[in-house]
Write a protein of this length. Structure first.
Length: 160
């Protein structure tokens, strides 16, 4: 998991553990198989909106921006990276959050993402190189189950 607002990272062995952390304990019953979880409409709705912190950090409220998958079809078997921030995306055509280089927080995720799902109004753009250096992109999209030429190429991400 990677929080864009705080830079905090965490590693989880299961999709359920990653969702529990990303939602600050709000969602504890995610299917261990993300493909099942992500086809469950009620589960998807529970990933929308603020995730109040359960610990003493009263100011911390996290929103899930996206879940990135190592392999295609939103299948968690290759691993997932959940990206969160202190606020949701705003549907105004402007960029809300940037991960210029995924290697800064999570080196093992460079050139690895092969599918993704955005949440909280986030359309996620994936860049071949660091965001400021451009290269190929997916264009801003809510979700992709396959990424074509951009599969296993993402280095930077933006959320808007
Ligand atoms: Ca790359």
């Amino acid at each position: 998991m990677y929080n864009v607002s705080t830079g905090a990272t965490a590693c989880h062995s299961t999709f359920r553990a990653a969702v529990v952390d990303a939602t600050n304990g709000k969602v504890t019953n995610a299917s261990p198989v993300a493909r099942t979880a992500l086809s469950d409409t009620s589960f998807l709705k529970r990933l929308e909106g603020p995730m109040p912190a359960t610990e003493a950090t009263a100011a911390a409220v996290d929103y899930v921006l996206s879940i990135e998958y190592d392999i295609a079809n939103l299948s968690p078997s290759g691993g997932t990276l959940t990206i969160t921030a202190g606020g949701p995306c705003v549907a105004d055509g402007q960029r809300d959050f940037t991960v210029n280089d995924v290697r800064d927080a999570w080196p093992s995720w460079n050139d690895r993402i092969s599918s993704f799902q955005g949440f909280n109004t986030c359309d996620v753009n994936h860049y071949e190189h660091q965001v400021r250096n451009g290269g190929d992109t997916t264009g801003p999209k809510r979700s992709m189950t396959t990424m074509g030429d951009m599969s296993n190429k993402t280095t930077g991400l933006t959320f808007g």
